[in-house]
Design a protein around this ligand. Sequence first.
Ligand code: 4NP
Length: 153
Amino acid sequence: MTSILMVCLGNICRSPLAHGILESKLPKEQFYIDSAGTANYHVGDQPDHRSIAVAKTNGIDISQQLGRQFKVSDFDTFDYIFVMDHSNYNNIIDLARDSSDIAKVKLLLEIDERIENKNVMDPYYGNLSDFEAVFQLLDRACDILSRQLQSDL
Ligand code: 4NP
């Protein structure tokens, strides 16, 4: 089993989308996907209603996900930890215990060489079209990631 964690700040907008999108592209028997936030603002909350709506429009149900905060033991549980922006990266690296923890953490958009800005913008204070743009960005990155992960097996 390969395990992958998607991380953003609140775990209600970006990482639940990345979690649902990647899960939809990989066989469940071989890949465990989860998401978490660096902050504890939305522990136990459903994803933002706009993330749920945009996912649903694109055929993915993320409504059953519940927010949780990243914990140090996630470095042991997960093979790969993908963060949405540089601020998430710094927050997670601050919790790393050693070089093997650090090596697991990557900016998700590093995988898509066509994208120059490696930050997935936070749509929380934006509108539905910002959420749709985030979905498209994540969908492309997860497409590349799912192909790479399956060719690594
Ligand atoms: P996310 O967006 O990190 O993509 O889940 C945010 C959600 C909530 C907050 C900030 C960002 N907040 O400040 O509550």
